[in-house]
Design a protein around this ligand. Structure first.
Ligand SMILES: *Cc1c(COP(=O)(O)O)cnc(C)c1O
Length: 383
């Protein structure tokens, strides 16, 4: 057995980030400034757009996307039950009402047929989540949105490298929201980004992300001369700092190498688990690129002789960190109380949520680590 616990979702931090953070600390400017601007430009270039705005999280990005779209009380927003709480919390923070549409059991992404069934005269937007890095059926979702006059705000927290029919995730709908949380494909410790379609939208988001002020601090305290700021509207405190951007700049430089490493680990898992009584991730769809954020297996107690929760405990006892993405949102008491959701109304998300296990997939896993994961899974399930 391993001596050292294998941490699930460990970030890959290298010397370049460390040096850049130290340089930032010594530069005298650690808040939102020139490195944030460089990171926005570099991320936009990676995604093929000029309108990228950095913020402090994907949760903030989703919240701002809704606010800037004029979505609030009385409006309904359709999203998936198989997502992190942040997706639905952002809708609630904006004052709107979240409506769930069940997922497709194979892709685990929101099912356009269920979206169609959930549309009412109050529906204003759809938030598809590209689950695990696999793009949603965007052709069907965009067609529905056009027919009903709805906005599409993509939750790309898993999908930084995702491409759908030649177009990068986050540029398919109206607004794209990204996360650089510690476990995501690239990280700034905490951080997020929005992709917008026009400079006006980007400028509005920047204003909303910093108290609604007309000039950001870099411009106020820079060497261009003193300028008064004016509060144009009541905004939020959602800005990214240069310390975070310092990390992000170098993470972004290595993004394709990270994806290639996760692809190799993915392929090893696919081969090693092919004979086990578990469901593995579906193959990558034609004309798409999967960002390989989560490798999930479905452990069904009836088929495996060991239940999902017992499997999680036994992996932890083998000193391997595992994750669950996700218990379906209606399993959580807060949403049941507030919105009256019932897990059994979304049976596909319910079943996935009660059987799914995410295995370590960090790009900095050594081959030895990967073989330890394989050995532990086989020890528990190949019996
Ligand atoms: C991580 C995550 C978020 C939230 O990202 P933060 O940057 O932590 O706010 C939102 N949606 C999904 C699907 C996520 O996985």
């Amino acid at each position: 057995m391993r001596e050292k616990f294998l941490v699930f979702g460990a970030p890959c931090i290298e010397q370049a980030e460390i040096d850049e953070v130290v340089a930032t600390l010594k530069s005298g400017w650690i808040g939102s400034g020139p490195r944030v601007a460089r990171f926005e430009q570099a991320f936009g270039a990676y995604k093929g757009t000029r309108h990228a705005v950095a913020v402090n999280s994907c949760t903030s990005a989703l919240h701002l996307a809704l606010l800037a779209s004029g979505i609030g009380p009385g409006d309904e927003v359709i999203t998936t039950p198989l997502t992190f709480a942040a997706t639905v919390n952002a809708i609630l923070h904006a004052g709107a009402t979240p409506v769930l549409a069940d997922v497709d059991p194979a892709s685990m992404n929101i099912d356009p047929a269920h979206i169609a069934a959930g549309i009412t005269p109050r529906t204003r937007a759809i938030i598809p989540v590209h689950y695990a890095g696999r793009p949603c059926d965007m052709a069907a979702i965009l067609a529905l949105a056009r027919r009903h006059g709805l906005l599409v705000i993509e939750d790309c927290a898993h999908a930084i490298e995702t491409v759908y029919q030649g177009k990068p995730a986050g540029t398919l709908g109206d607004i794209g929201c990204f996360s650089f949380y510690s476990t995501k494909n690239i990280t700034t410790a905490e951080g997020g980004m929005l992709l917008l379609q026009t400079p006006e939208q980007a400028s509005r988001i920047k204003t909303l992300a910093l108290h609604g002020m007309s000039k950001d601090a870099w411009k106020r305290y820079g060497d261009a001369g003193f300028r008064h700021y004016l509060v144009e509207e009541i905004g939020y405190k959602f800005n990214m700092t240069d310390l975070q951007a310092a990390i992000g700049l170098h993470q972004l430089d290595r993004i394709e190498a990270g994806l290639n490493r996760r692809r190799a680990i993915w392929q090893r898992y696919d081969e090693a688990f092919a004979d086990l009584p578990i469901d593995l991730p579906a193959a990558e769809e034609a004309d798409t690129r999967h960002a390989r954020h989560l490798y999930t297996i479905q452990v069904d107690g009836e088929r495996c002789g060991v239940g999902r929760d017992a499997f999680l405990d036994r992996m932890t006892a083998e000193r391997i960190g595992v994750g669950v993405h996700y218990l379906s949102l209606p399993e959580h008491p807060a949403y049941r109380r507030l919105l009256g959701w019932r897990p059994e109304d979304y049976p596909n998300a319910l079943r996935i949520g009660r059987t799914t296990v995410s295995l370590p997939l960090s790009a900095c896993l050594a081959d030895r680590d990967v073989e330890d994961v394989v050995a532990a899974v086989r020890k528990i399930l190949a019996g």
